[in-house]
Design a protein around this ligand. Structure first.
Ligand SMILES: Cc1cc2nc3c(=O)[nH]c(=O)nc-3n(C[C@H](O)[C@H](O)[C@H](O)COP(=O)(O)O)c2cc1C
Length: 434
């Protein structure tokens, strides 16, 4: 059986990784309308996608709200996933929640409930929130230095996994005759004590059909990748350059092996923005239209936030290499790209705001399918998280024209084979070995 790719759809409004999404003439005003999120997820499910992925931000960024950028508006991701769960049956529900600011008990309970109520379709996108303004919204949580975030994160994962396995799979009897609902000898305390946190348990929830949520992780630092190698089922990467993606996939597989895991038990999924047209030139016109939707100040705002400094104070013709600190997370992606292209602040801002370095794949259905197949087959990635150009119908062109080509080539499924997210991702016919 040919190895098959994982496909997911990023889900957030008013913009995804393209800063002008909400201005697109096909976008409907979606923020408060649950039906539009439902339609988006249902379209992804009709196309047999593995999952939707909902990001999270827990602090306000004025310029992002002003221009309707990615981090300006955020629903509680678990609530949004629950809305979508009720109108879908198979698609996975990826929820981003900070491991830095949530207690292990609440994480285990809220994700555990979503997992059970959705029939085993929940995934947790585990993020460590870097020290910064979000700390002011959680004054009760110790402000840890960056180096210790993942140390504490390991403990959060040890504690939550202990809670999720506190009930054996056969603990619930629901025996009407004897009057015994649960065999409590099969329910165990988590009794977890670490350096940073402790939790007693057990959870008040039985085991979910997939045992625990699928773990997704996205981190840029070496320590973040090591954490991914130890815990993640899926690693989410945004990389503009194919060679970076390939190196990241190899690194994660290496870290998984070091942690005593089968390297095939962790899969890389890369962010991409497909811009599909009936012909190459129609696709390029669409790309130009998308570019025209980005307000120049919004672009500077976006890149400033990501690079961690206020670029509006510089002349926009200054080479961005002269001003960006190359050391930090997202700015490292930026730095890699600038190295390759030698850009001014204004040019980098446009590029960054267009897709936050999410590679655009522009062309006819054939060309888009070719590029995805190339990235997948050459071992740069195990799959993709697609970001839409408009909402909620932004996946329709891709679903109707590119998905059938991927299916004809045997690199993407025609039908879900399992009922849980884990069983679909790790279906033995979709082996990742190479
Ligand atoms: C592709 C990608 C997506 C991310 N999405 C989120 C998010 O939705 N919410 C969030 O708080 N952090 C998000 N992050 C931040 C990381 O998960 C991570 O916690 C942060 O980058 C600090 O870890 P690092 O030093 O290893 O990069 C994302 C990072 C990457 C690379």
């Amino acid at each position: 059986m040919t190895r098959q790719m994982i496909l997911g759809a990023y889900m957030v409004f008013p913009s995804m990784h393209s800063a002008g999404m909400w201005r697109h003439s096909y976008s409907e005003n979606a923020f408060e309308d649950r039906v539009l999120y439902e339609r988006y997820a249902q379209a992804a499910e009709r196309a047999k996608f593995d999952l939707i992925l909902i990001p999270e931000r827990v602090h306000y960024v004025d310029g992002h709200t002003k221009y309707g950028l990615l981090t300006g508006f955020q629903h509680d991701p678990t609530q949004l996933a629950a809305v979508v769960a009720s109108v879908t049956n198979r698609i996975g529900l990826g929820v981003t929640l900070s491991a830095s600011f949530n207690s292990p008990y609440n994480l285990a309970r809220t994700l555990g409930s979503l997992d059970i109520l959705s029939g085993g379709r929940a995934a947790w996108n585990i993020v460590m929130t870097a020290p910064g303004p979000a700390n002011d919204n959680f004054p009760e949580v110790d402000r840890l230095p960056r180096e210790e975030l993942y140390e504490r994160g390991d403990e959060v994962l040890e504690a939550t996994t202990a809670l999720w396995s506190s009930w054996d799979g056969d603990a619930v009897l629901a025996d009407r005759d004897s009057g015994i609902y649960a065999d409590t000898s099969k329910i165990h305390a988590a009794d977890y004590k670490g350096k940073y946190l402790s939790v007693q348990g057990p959870l008040t929830l039985p085991q979910s059909p997939q045992g625990r949520p699928v773990f997704i992780q996205a981190g840029e630092s070496a320590r973040g990748r090591e954490f991914g190698g130890r815990w993640a089922d899926l690693v989410f990467a945004i990389d503009p350059l194919e060679e970076d993606l390939r190196a990241k996939r190899q690194a994660i597989r290496g870290y998984a092996e070091e942690a005593g895991r089968d390297p095939d038990s962790v899969r890389l999924v890369a962010a991409v923005q497909p811009i599909v047209g009936e012909t190459t030139s129609i696709a390029k016109e669409r790309q130009e239209y998308l570019r025209s939707l980005i307000h120049p100040d919004a672009a500077i705002e976006w890149v400033s936030h990501s690079a961690g400094l206020d670029l509006s104070q510089f002349d926009p013709t200054t080479p961005i290499n002269d001003v960006v600190d190359q050391g930090k997370g997202p700015s490292r992606r930026l730095a890699r790209l600038i190295d390759a292209q030698d850009l001014t602040i204004a040019e980098a801002a446009q590029l960054f705001a267009r897709n936050d370095l999410t590679p655009e794949i522009v062309g006819s259905p054939q060309e888009v399918a070719d590029e995805l197949t190339h990235l997948f087959e050459s071992g740069a990635t195990d799959g993709f998280i697609l970001t839409a150009t408009h909402f909620p119908r932004g996946l329709d062109d891709f679903a109707s024209s590119v998905v059938p080509l991927l299916q004809d080539r045997g690199v993407f499924r025609r039908e879900y084979t399992g009922t849980t997210l884990r069983s679909n991702i790790f279906d033995s016919t979709r082996t990742s070995t190479r």
